[in-house]
Write a protein that binds this ligand. Structure first.
Ligand code: UD1
Ligand code: UDP
Length: 362
């Protein structure tokens, strides 16, 4: 008897988290896999480039929800997914991460009576002003299988009364992708292609509304100009941030501050691997830099990924853009982690498949 799995992806980090799972579920004849792309992210550099580089199967269904308010995006996924679930009748619906597509897919599946598996369950920032925090909490409440990749996730789920038998410490699928593609991105030597010396530049990604939708964005750009006097800065710009920068009265300018389009996975990981440091507010980048041993400075007050601080390279700067100029000094105190957190080993996908076989294999 084959196990019917329907996976829902919609945004850049979803693609990175689901690529190895989607490949394995397609290859393994004990599973029948349907891949749904909600279309929350749709630009080539935010979507198709990941399908190409990560060898994700072509989606079976594309909902085309596009951009809009949280409510609109959620509503469009709900109404788009219901008929797909009715037609495909999966044994389980897999949803990764914490974006609007994740929450909406979990809710649609639950309301239609299909079990839900949440990949990356149990992360908490305890900051309910973040839309992602609400998405995490609600998705975990709706999920039957809770796949966790860090030790504190179990405590959070138990505290929220999720049953212990549904929690599975499987490891980190985003690191599976990294391990699978490491030689491909290392060989790419993106730093040289951009005319940069390894360990002599800072890579930057910023896209959280708390930073880029407010006055801190201008302060961050001013601080990046100051930083660029000391070290070249590579800043591939998320479309949300690009739109905010375009609305400012003047754009920042410095010959060593390079504002570029979002990068594909291979170029981005190649630049990350040989950077002196990364400055970010991304969730995934905190994890990848910990795995690669690259110092990470997170421009947020909190993180749902404390394991990257305790066992990794991450340091919180707070939502305080002026601290960006301290990075050259902070780098001299950066420490190298002994080993990646447990389960960040390239094997999370096979552990998830084993749980799915145990749960639905008859
Ligand atoms: C979303 C997630 C966030 C995640 C991020 C990953 C939610 C609530 N937020 O934020 O958790 O960290 O994705 O990158 O789900 N846009 C484009 N082209 C695209 C996609 C977006 O131009 O392909 C622009 C649109 O103007 C859109 C804006 O970016 O309004 C924001 O996109 P949206 O998907 O709403 O949220 P993100 O900021 O990308
Ligand atoms: N990433 C990428 N190109 C970029 C910026 C990020 O490939 O220009 C990758 C990054 O390595 C990670 C994922 O996108 O694998 C993280 O996505 P993002 O930061 O958009 O979302 P978050 O993790 O914050 O939800």
């Amino acid at each position: 008897m084959t196990i019917r799995v329907l996976s829902v992806v919609g945004t850049r980090p979803n693609f990175v988290k689901m690529a190895p799972l989607a490949q394995a579920l397609t290859r393994d004849t004990s599973f029948e896999h349907v891949l749904v792309h909600t279309g929350q992210h749709y630009d080539f550099q935010m979507s198709s480039v990941f399908f190409e580089e990560l060898e994700l199967p072509t989606p079976d269904v594309y909902l085309g929800v596009g951009s809009g308010s949280h409510t609109m995006q959620t509503a469009r996924v709900l109404s788009g997914l219901e008929p797909v679930l009715d037609a495909r009748r999966p044994d389980v619906v897999l949803v990764p991460g914490d974006v609007n597509s994740t929450l909406a897919a979990a809710l649609a599946a639950h309301q239609s009576g299909f079990p839900v598996g949440h990949v990356e369950a149990g992360l908490r920032s305890f900051d309910r002003t973040m839309p992602e925090e609400i998405n995490r909490i609600v998705t975990d409440q709706l999920s039957d299988l809770l796949f966790i990749h860090s030790p504190e996730a179990r405590d959070h789920l138990i505290a929220e009364r999720r049953p212990a038998e549904g929690i599975h410490a499987v490891g980190n699928t985003m690191i599976d992708t990294l391990v699978q593609l490491r030689s491909a991105f290392s060989q790419r030597a993106a730093a040289a292609a951009f005319g940069l010396d390894p360990r002599r530049y800072v890579l930057v990604t910023l896209h959280r509304p708390a930073l880029v939708d407010g006055p801190e964005l201008e302060a961050a750009l001013e601080a990046l100009v100051t930083l660029a006097d000391e070290l070249p800065v590579m800043f591939p710009i998320h479309p949300r941030t690009r739109a905010r920068i375009a609305a400012l009265p003047s754009a920042p300018s410095h010959p060593e501050l390079r504002l570029i389009e979002p990068l594909g996975y291979l170029d981005f990981l190649s630049l990350l691997e040989t950077a002196a440091a990364v400055l970010t507010d991304s969730g995934g980048v905190q994890e990848e830099s910990t795995y690669l041993g690259v110092p990470c400075f997170t421009l947020r007050e909190n993180t749902e990924r404390p394991v990257t601080i305790h066992q990794g390279t991450n340091q919180l700067l707070g939502l305080n853009p002026r601290r960006i100029t301290e990075i050259p000094d902070l780098l001299s105190q950066a420490r190298t982690p002994a080993a990646p957190p447990a389960g960040w080993d390239g094997q999370a996908t096979s552990r998830i498949l084993a749980v799915l076989r145990d749960s639905f294999g008859g």
